[in-house]
Design a protein around this ligand. Sequence first.
Ligand code: FES
Ligand SMILES: [Fe+2]
Length: 409
Amino acid sequence: MEQSLQVDILKELMRQLDEGRNIDAGVQYRMSTTSYVCTDQAKKEWQAFFRDHPQLIGLSGELPGPDTFITMEDFGTPLLATRDKTGRFRAFLNSCRHRGARVANDARGKASMFTCPFHHWGYGNTGELISIPNEDHFGPIDKSCNGLIELPAVERAGLLWVHPQPDRQLDIEALLGTELDAEIASHNLGDLAFAGSTTIDKNLNWKLANDTFGETYHFQKLHKDTLGRLYLGNNLHLTEYGRHHRFITANGAIHGMRELPEEQWALKRATFVLYYLFPNIQMVCNEKSVSLIRIYPDPENTGHSITQVAFYYTKDVMEEATGETELSRDDVYDAERRAGGSPNLAASLEVFSSTISDEDYVMGEMQQQAAENGLLKEIIFGRNEPALHHFHNSYREALNQPPLVPVTS
Ligand code: FES
Ligand SMILES: [Fe+2]
């Protein structure tokens, strides 16, 4: 990111802190709580945003070298993503062409071949069907057109993108817009190594899970003993990029920036830089790490969602920790301590452990119950919560729903 932009953002946050004000959208909105419980809407969201929309599945470090793979089923498509021996990223439907069993059944690993557990058809990590046991019994099969079904897959600026529909095009620059696409590239995400992941399974709608990343109003209240020790709360710099946005809030190190010449001001040292990528990604970019949060609905239950959190660290932090490329969660904590206790790194662990699961999503489960009860008809988004205005208006626009209604009295 350009130094002049970093300075402008830091100056705006300093002004907010000095003047004791937060960002001000100048408008409040009401929203019906049916958005969190309506099964018709949930069906449309599942189809439009998950079954038939580009999906960010991780950073490049998920596939750390040739002949590595990951699998997932979070968005309704059994997915096998591989890096072949040439280093190329590919994605396939993880379904055997014989009778549909999953050919890869580990979450991640190293493999150049996959053997379906059912009847042992064998596939290369480039998708081709290589072997059929007892082929003389089975009868003739043209192997050249019975490989795994390939899905559109693009690795760009350190991000792994997949489209769940085989016949779609993936144009990431068009998806993000030129400006956001270029800014994301400036973070060098491809240099980060995968360090660990966790799954949070809670009884709240996927949009309530997203909402917890949409304002700084609660930092010093709900998180006063955790994230609030690192982040000042009640300040926000927000930039919208179409349906996506960038959300930045200051940590305690912002005050120290005032003592330095502006050319030494470093945004990621003094703030929490979060990108919301439509529809379900919250990506926190720190100085030496990234926390990638992927949030998925449960298509059978509007009041349930799955959040996948993955951590990626710079290779120097990883090597300092163990000399290995994959670390346990304890190793990650140790790596962070050795890195010098940067507030941003500590915050990523807060986000992971206590903040999301034990604090934010506990509120989200209460909000879900209130919505399901049906008596609380509406909620209100304040002037200091513009990222929530943007999130809700973005998916509403994508679903051809009317925008949020401003509060007039
Ligand atoms: S279903 Fe895969 S080999 Fe039969
Ligand atoms: Fe929070």
